[in-house]
Design a protein around this ligand. Sequence first.
Ligand SMILES: CC(C)(COP(=O)(O)OP(=O)(O)OC[C@H]1O[C@@H](n2cnc3c(N)ncnc32)[C@H](O)[C@@H]1OP(=O)(O)O)[C@@H](O)C(=O)NCCC(=O)NCCS
Length: 172
Amino acid sequence: MTIKIKRANEQDYKTIVDIGRISVVDAHGASCSAEDMNDYVARNYNDEAIRAELLDPKNIYHLIYVQEQPVGFSKIVLNAAHPNIEQEHSTKLDRIYLLKEFHDLKLGYELLKHNIEFSKANGQTGMWLFTWTGNQRAVNFYEKVGFSIVGSHMFKVSETHSNPNHHMLLIW
Ligand SMILES: CC(C)(COP(=O)(O)OP(=O)(O)OC[C@H]1O[C@@H](n2cnc3c(N)ncnc32)[C@H](O)[C@@H]1OP(=O)(O)O)[C@@H](O)C(=O)NCCC(=O)NCCS
């Protein structure tokens, strides 16, 4: 299996929209009503929204390819402060999504490792993230890499629905 990871640029918006629309629903669909989920995805994963994300220099997106096919993406923000996470110069892992046909092949691990190395090379001391408490696959995955649960909050999916999220932190 030939794997490639590359930093995304503005031209990659369509790839991220296409993977996001499928994989976000697969990962979080069970956490709320179909209406709330569809609304969330429509607002956050459309051409305009992702283009704007890619044009903002603070957002660092990477794409992972298997045999030249894009199968997932990640987003980090360096030096992202959070009131409950007192870790200076730490990176927020804001998004990491693979198409489900490509789960369990260590591709998530490769992509996360790449982001950790990227963060280290940019003077970061750790990484933090939020994840829905019901996403056991993701929680196990992060724990396996060394993240710990350090807090929680309710994440707003829509005007009427919020999901409990863990705060997870990795210090290196
Ligand atoms: C979470 C995700 C990025 C992990 O990537 P992946 O390539 O599937 O994971 P890996 O093959 O690298 O597996 C690493 C570890 O994850 C954990 N894991 C994998 N599948 C699991 C499952 N079904 N249940 C619980 N833990 C699981 C295991 O600890 C595994 O290690 P092991 O195989 O040595 O036991 C990927 O599954 C994904 O994109 N999921 C959907 C999107 C998502 O939930 N994103 C996170 C939002 S916060």
